[in-house]
Design a protein around this ligand. Structure first.
Ligand SMILES: [Zn+2]
Length: 85
């Protein structure tokens, strides 16, 4: 499957989402994240085209592209607290 449309919008408490149709959506707040974190969010969503769940195989794929993904996950977790403010 290849990506369809990409849009930036209000996604509530989620940073990004991908639909089964291959459309990607990113929360507008992603634009305030550091570029490296943003890269991780994009890679994360793209990996969902192959793996729908957060299985070991999924993280393995993410790791191949973004080896420092744990750091970026941590950044998102820390900033998530203020997401709906
Ligand atoms: Zn995910």
């Amino acid at each position: 499957m290849s990506p369809g449309g990409v849009e930036v919008r209000e996604l509530g408490h989620r940073w990004a989402a991908c639909s089964a149709a291959g459309d990607l959506a990113f929360h507008w707040k992603c634009m305030m994240a550091p570029p490296t974190v943003l890269d991780y969010v994009v890679v994360h969503e793209l990996c969902h085209f192959h793996q729908f769940d957060h299985t070991d195989a999924f993280w393995n794929e993410v790791d191949k592209v973004v080896p420092a993904y744990r750091e970026h996950k941590e950044w998102l977790r820390r900033h998530e607290a203020g997401m709906d403010v």
